[in-house]
Ligand binder design. Structure first.
Ligand SMILES: [Zn+2]
Length: 319
């Protein structure tokens, strides 16, 4: 089976009240950890590649790793998605490279310019059978090249539901990342955050059956934060989005939830633990292996939070 786009997944996720995990990949171990959880839990999968990942690992290596994942899991629908494409050119490159889904994030540009570049990406992508995620509103935090507004200000930059309707109608995008109080990175909030479920609800009423996406939705799991800090790390103030809030959004119009920080923290926590407990160890397999296993367990847990465990079969394209 080849890579698929996300149309069928989002249709089923919307109808049946769950969300698909958009997991970022940067190397072999991260990909294997994610894919082994997906295979065991029989969940649909969106593997995301950022511009930073392309730079770090090179597209040809990432593509080869993903091709193996697809070949070894014929019963699992897998999407290869560009995370935060910033220009028409970066999106075009990924369409030409065989991605089945791309994101154009022009959310920092004025509304009309965001519409203009998104529309251009949609025209090119759709002509090549690729779906497009766009973004409207501003998230907080920082992740790789994506810098958001101050996390104190994120509620001032939420997606405007009226604008969302106009944006979707004018651009023809297939899904929309909304700013609803989430934030990129590991330092999302100073106090327990509240997601703006009213924004999600309002957009859902005005755009029925249209899939929404939540970025910056790692939870900064206590287990990994504690391990990192115990074994010489320095992330005392890290805080994420509570998992019950993620579950609630997944039951609504949110059909895709992006998770990267939790992957990074799982891998980092296990590597730190091995280094601290076995200082003589210098075989990379002995620390990357446990890291890969931690990613697998964490992803399996997330699939239940998102509600997409066991949903692979219904998300397969019938043709
Ligand atoms: Zn993002």
């Amino acid at each position: 089976m080849a890579l698929v786009d996300s149309k069928k997944m989002f249709e089923m996720a919307y109808k049946n009240g769950y969300a698909i995990g958009g997991f970022n990949v940067n190397n072999m171990e991260i990909t294997q950890g994610i894919v082994s959880a997906i295979a065991e839990e029989k969940a649909p999968l969106i593997l995301q590649i950022s511009r930073g990942a392309r730079k770090y690992a090179s597209m040809s290596y990432l593509r080869a790793i993903i091709d193996v994942a697809v070949a070894e899991n014929p019963d699992i629908p897998i999407v290869m998605h560009l995370d935060h494409g910033d220009t028409f050119e970066s999106c075009k490159q990924c369409v030409d490279d065989g991605f089945t889904s791309v994101m154009i994030d022009a959310s920092k540009q004025p509304f009309e310019e965001n519409i203009e570049v998104t529309k251009k990406v949609v025209e090119y992508a759709h002509a090549n059978g690729v779906v497009v995620e766009a973004e409207l509103g501003q998230l907080g935090g920082i992740e790789e090249d994506v810098v958001g507004v101050s996390t104190n200000d994120i509620h001032k930059h939420l997606t405007d539901p009226d604008q969302a309707v106009e944006f979707v109608e004018k651009t023809g995008c297939d899904s929309l990342a909304v700013a609803c109080g989430t934030s990129h990175g590991a330092y999302k909030f100073k106090t327990e955050p509240k997601l703006a479920f009213d924004v999600i609800q309002r957009v859902a009423e005005m755009l029925p059956e249209f899939p929404l996406v939540m970025h910056g939705s790692s939870s900064v799991l206590k287990e990994f934060k504690d391990l990192i800090n115990k074994y010489g790390g320095d992330m005392p103030d890290a805080m994420g989005v509570p998992e019950d809030a993620i579950s609630q959004a997944a039951k609504m119009a949110v059909c895709k939830v992006n998770i990267d920080t939790d992957l990074r923290m799982a891998l980092t926590a296990k590597i730190r633990q091995v280094f601290a407990e076995k200082p003589a160890e210098f075989d990379p397999r002995k620390y990357l292996g446990p890291g890969r296993e931690a990613i697998k367990d964490m992803v399996a847990h997330k699939l239940h939070i998102l509600g997409c465990a066991g949903k692979a079969a219904e998300c397969m394209h019938s043709n």
